[in-house]
Design a binder for this molecule. Structure first.
Ligand code: ATP
Length: 587
């Protein structure tokens, strides 16, 4: 079943719930907020930790072929020169020359317009030239003071006939914003003024290291966690006695001076990433070792890595691994889309890149990406640092030794032809082969890269529901519930004593709470009717509630276990309760 995008209003309701219940606050709110920065409150920070913990377990700790890293945020600036971030990590930026002087990412101007009230107003007047002219001379003065026709109402007469026939709101906006005699203007979606030509703007935050404010002391807050992994590749490989194929995973803060941070926590200036660089042998090495490279077909079994896999199988394997993780953590398969970048969209060094996109209420947008980046990154660091990023592969050297001169020559001719077909030179291919025949190569890399904050937003959007309930007397009620996966939910179990004024019952409930609290995050609530207490937990996504009542004390020692999603309750002994909750929560 195709899942529909949630309406935009659903995001407003979610944003309000997240503030009210302590998931997410605007940073520096008491000073009016700070665009692009967010704070995670008591529940939000638990949820974020759970996302990271689940990713770390699935991607690093439970695997023998992935090691962890926690590198510094500020690194030697030469890293960003080598990676290309200093020269090319920029967005095209435009500034409004009209009233508001707003800076905006040029490629997002139309997205901002789509969401604006100005668009709504113009759409409501399409084809009605008289109405448009009246608006420009009246309400338009405050709604779009930068608009050319607002500032020059006399021009309206000249375009009056055109205004009657335009059926597209974007076209209408451009016409109203374009000064007489000019063409191709980009209007400002905020005030209707004209935007400047887009100019590149580097997204890295600069800082000064040490007490002297000198250009030679400039450093950068990392815009991604990946580069530290490349810089530490050799250290980690040696220290952990790994050989490709193996990966290094890292979770940590990244910073991008985004020109237009927007859509709540979707695009921020400070955010967290969960990235793996998975280093593999080049396909030529696999072929020499195994006699072939496994082709990737619809029938390829991707459940367990194989020695004869080349980059294509490894890349698809990681796409599948990431999808498995998303589903395991509560995002249904039909809530996201796999977008394979087209050849002309790929970076020059990339062999393939898949964006996993989520159907957010504001549109289908990238949640994470899985890229096959060839040996680009390690080669650049080898070139810039002068330090070798090659590995020495003894079995490869032995495999080459067994080849006859004719077999080697044939392999060389075939490889050179393949490299030339990919636009590389014969010289580069031959230099690579000379090293390969000695058992040496720079590993290639598959990079699954996800954002913690975007993941949290996708999970919250997916989980949010306002359920209409009708009780036995026919009375309608709305139940707000977050259907978060138990592993992700900030509170796992709510524990309630039925009444406060029965000391033995209260003490028993406290005892159960303490036992459970040792295993997972629990919430104690003794105030209000039980129904109200359930609702408070539903709203924050607590998957289970336990109530200790008179039967617990006086009859059979059982408690009530209530399920958030089905609202079903069952009686269960305290020993069984712990076993059951372990299964349901820890998996
Ligand atoms: P976009 O095209 O949305 O700017 P990107 O392709 O530049 O994203 P990457 O550089 O591939 O993103 O970063 C990997 C992941 O990090 C993204 O898929 C996203 O989840 C997260 N991410 C990137 N930029 C931001 C941001 N400004 N705010 C929050 N998360 C981000």
């Amino acid at each position: 079943m195709e899942k529909k995008e949630a309406p935009k209003s659903a995001l407003d309701a979610l944003v309000s719930l997240c503030k009210r219940r302590g998931f997410i606050f605007q940073s520096s709110e008491i000073y009016g907020g700070f665009a692009g920065f967010w704070d995670y409150g008591p529940l939000g920070c638990e949820m974020k930790r759970n996302i990271k913990e689940s990713w770390w377990r699935f991607t690093v700790r439970d695997r023998e072929d992935v090691e962890g890293l926690d590198a510094s945020i500020i690194m030697h600036p030469a890293i960003w020169k080598a990676s290309g971030h200093l020269d090319t990590f920029s967005d095209p930026m435009s500034m409004c020359k009209g009233n508001c002087r707003k800076l905006m990412r040029a490629d997002q101007i139309w997205d901002v317009f789509e969401e604006s009230t100005l668009r709504e107003t113009l759409a409501g007047m399409l084809g009605e030239a008289g109405k448009i002219a009246t608006w420009c001379k009246g309400k338009g003065k405050s709604a779009a003071p930068g608009l050319y026709t607002v500032q020059h109402p006399e021009y309206l007469e000249k375009i009056f006939e055109q205004l009657k026939t335009i059926t597209d709101v974007k076209e209408l906006f451009i016409l109203l914003a374009t000064p007489e005699g000019e063409t191709n203007v980009l209007p400002c979606p905020n005030c209707g003024g004209v935007m400047t030509e887009p100019r590149p703007f580097n997204l890295m935050f600069k800082t000064i290291v040490g007490p002297v404010e000198d250009p030679s002391n400039v450093a950068y807050l990392r815009p991604e966690t990946a580069q530290a992994i490349f810089a530490e590749f050799a250290n980690v490989m040696v220290a952990s006695r790994q050989m490709p194929p193996f990966g290094i995973g890292q979770i940590g803060k990244s910073f991008r001076n985004e020109v237009t941070p927007r859509n709540y926590i979707f695009r921020s200036r400070e955010f967290e990433q969960m990235e793996v660089e998975f280093f593999i042998k080049p396909d030529e090495a696999v072929e020499l070792l195994c006699g072939h490279v496994a082709p990737l077909t619809d029938e390829t079994d991707l459940s367990e890595p194989q020695a004869d896999w080349g980059w294509e199988c490894w890349h698809k394997y990681w796409v599948e691994q990431r999808k498995q993780w998303l589903v395991k953590n509560g995002l249904p398969e039909d809530s996201f889309v796999e977008y394979w970048q087209k050849p002309d969209e790929l970076a020059h060094y990339a062999r393939a890149c898949v964006d996993i996109e989520y159907r957010f209420p504001f549109g289908v947008q990238e949640l994470e990406g899985i890229a096959a980046r060839s040996d680009f990154d390690l080669s650049r660091h080898q070139e810039h640092s002068g330090k070798s990023m090659e590995v020495f592969d003894e079995p490869l050297k032995l495999a080459v030794k067994k080849l006859s001169d004719e077999e080697k020559a044939a392999f060389r001719a075939k490889t050179v032809a393949e490299w030339e077909a990919r636009g590389k030179t014969a010289e580069a291919a031959n230099a690579f082969l000379d090293r390969l025949f000695e058992g040496r190569y720079i590993p290639h890399v598959i990079e699954p890269s996800a954002g913690v904050d975007r993941m949290a937003l996708a999970m919250l959007c997916n989980a949010y529901e306002e359920q209409k309930l009708v009780d036995e007397k026919g009375k309608e009620d709305i139940r707000t519930v977050l259907h978060l996966a138990p592993a992700i939910a900030p509170v796992k179990v709510g524990v309630f004593p039925l009444v406060k004024n029965k000391p033995e019952l209260y003490a028993l409930a406290r005892d159960i709470f303490k036992k459970l609290q040792r295993r997972y995050n629990c919430f104690w609530d003794e105030s209000g009717a039980i129904g109200r207490r359930y609702r408070r937990q539903d709203e924050i996504g607590t998957p289970f509630c336990v109530t200790v009542d008179f039967d617990t004390l006086e009859k059979d020692g059982t408690v009530t276990l209530r399920d958030r999603d089905t609202m079903q309750q069952e009686r269960i002994s305290v020993d069984d309760l712990i076993r059951r909750l372990d299964d349901l929560i820890l998996g």
